[in-house]
Design a protein around this ligand. Structure first.
Ligand code: ZN
Length: 147
């Protein structure tokens, strides 16, 4: 599914997206994660496995492994770096904001960090699921954790 689609998307591949794709932050696994989930985007074939260590209501560590297009992998790298140290409420708010950006709202750069670089993805509706996959997987991991 890559190849053609990725060539057409050249205009939105800003340098920061490529940088995260080529040198992903927080890539890897955690030995005894407090929460984990696997996400899959069948439209594009993107896969992500997310591991989280929690410290009460705060995300102490986030690691991911991913396969798929550069948008999904860059988004995973951006998200994992951003959520470390944040509370679950802050993370939910970040997810809500990012979804809003994908649906046309302006991005708050201070809050969203490098995720702002993905703003242009909203012009390519089929790729929005790629950008949202890491957050969907994060939500799945948090929802499925055993108390
Ligand atoms: Zn994708």
């Amino acid at each position: 599914m890559q190849g053609d689609a990725d060539v057409k998307l050249d205009s939105l591949y800003r340098e920061v997206i490529l940088d995260h794709y080529r040198s992903p932050r927080n890539r890897g696994t955690l030995e005894h994660p407090d929460a984990q989930a696997e996400g899959y985007n069948p439209l594009c074939g993107d896969q992500i496995t997310l591991h989280l260590d929690l410290d009460g209501e705060r995300i102490a560590a986030a690691r991911f492994t991913a396969a798929g297009c550069s948008i999904s992998q860059a988004a995973a790298s951006m998200m994992a770096g951003l959520i470390e140290g944040k509370t679950l409420a802050e993370v939910q708010s970040l997810f809500d904001d990012f979804k809003a950006v994908m649906h046309g709202h302006p991005a708050d750069e201070e809050k969203m960090g490098d995720l702002v670089a993905l703003e242009g993805v909203r012009h390519f509706p089929v790729r929005i699921k790629c950008a949202l996959l890491p957050f969907e997987t994060l939500k799945q991991a948090l929802d499925s954790r055993t108390p």
